[in-house]
Design a protein around this ligand. Structure first.
Ligand code: NDP
Ligand code: 8X3
Length: 257
């Protein structure tokens, strides 16, 4: 049975991914996020429906000390993480560079870039020691192309794209696969609500086109993680059919509802 460690499992893509892995009894799960009650509710839901092999870790990925304490609290087979899914992340604000909010910039860089690095730094030595492991980073179309006012969020996701490639070069000879999923717009997430600081009106960005659903991204992650040991899917770039580029979206109405 493999141990799967998912950051950002309290919502959106991470939660959908946790549900998909839990539906398959070949996995034990370590589910992470700051909102402990969310993790408890999710774990109750998953245990009722499928799996009883779940550990919950509440910590802020922006703090190396919190990451370390949480990861060091894992015992037995939960310590030996086979699949790390670096999913925790967010956008804050949508502003021209000369009007950007410094606190938003710090939050995105600390979460999307440093958080991913901290968790990877703590879990990858065990993978190297065991000569086995798989790291799947959640990037974005924003890590492939920039768009107006996307500046710092895009930069943080370009950094994820660079790290995915670089980590693979560092780890492949240790039998560790490094993969990435880069989605376009995804609904059934709190992404837009967080970006606009809880402003529900501004967050209504999916009303006139069909984006991906969180479960679509979860399926891509799950597929990557379940390929035979000799296969590494390096990168999946996926968008809803009504999206062609970050800034090219057919907003003439939701076509597939
Ligand atoms: P959600 O807001 O629904 O989920 C984000 C998750 O990240 C939550 O579980 C949240 O948990 C966690 N998180 C955020 N900050 C921290 C932190 N400091 N410490 C620990 N956990 C944190 O958004 P998505 O599901 O959409 O986002 C998941 C990933 O997908 C992100 O990396 C995002 O950039 C990426 N993405 C999203 C797209 C979209 O359109 N939705 C498109 C492309 C990529 P908690 O708040 O409980 O800590
Ligand atoms: C989320 C997609 O286009 O809002 O990563 O940056 S976008």
């Amino acid at each position: 049975m493999k141990t799967v460690f998912i950051t950002g499992a309290t919502s959106g893509i991470g939660m959908a991914t946790a549900k998909l892995f839990a539906a398959n009894r070949d996995f034990r799960l370590v589910l992470c996020g700051r909102r402990h009650e969310r993790l408890v509710d999710l774990s109750k839901h998953l245990q009722l429906n499928h799996s009883e092999e779940i550990k919950l870790l509440s910590f802020d990925v922006r703090s190396y000390e919190e990451c370390k304490k949480a990861i060091e609290s894992l015992e037995g087979p939960y310590r030996d993480v086979d699949v790390l899914i670096n999913n925790a992340g967010l956008a804050k604000g949508l502003d021209f560079i000369h009007e950007g909010d410094l606190e938003d910039w710090e939050t995105m860089i600390d979460t999307n870039l440093k958080g991913l690095l901290y968790v990877t730094r703590l879990l990858s030595p065990g993978m190297v020691k065991r000569k086995s492991g798989h790291i799947i980073n959640i990037c974005s179309t924003a890590g492939k192309e920039v768009y107006p006012k996307g500046n710092v969020y895009c930069a943080s996701k370009f950094a994820v794209d660079a790290l995915t490639k670089s980590m693979r070069q560092d780890l492949y000879s240790h039998n560790i696969r490094v993969s990435q999923v880069a989605p376009g717009h995804v609904e059934e997430t709190e992404f837009a609500l967080n970006r606009f600081d809880g402003d529900a009106e501004k967050a209504k960005i999916y009303q006139d086109f069909n984006p991906l659903k969180s479960s679509d991204v979860a399926e891509a992650i799950y597929w990557i993680a379940t390929r035979p040991a000799h296969v590494n899917i390096q990168d999946i770039l996926l968008m809803g059919t009504q999206q062609a580029l970050s800034g090219l979206i057919d907003r003439t109405g939701r076509r597939f509802d």
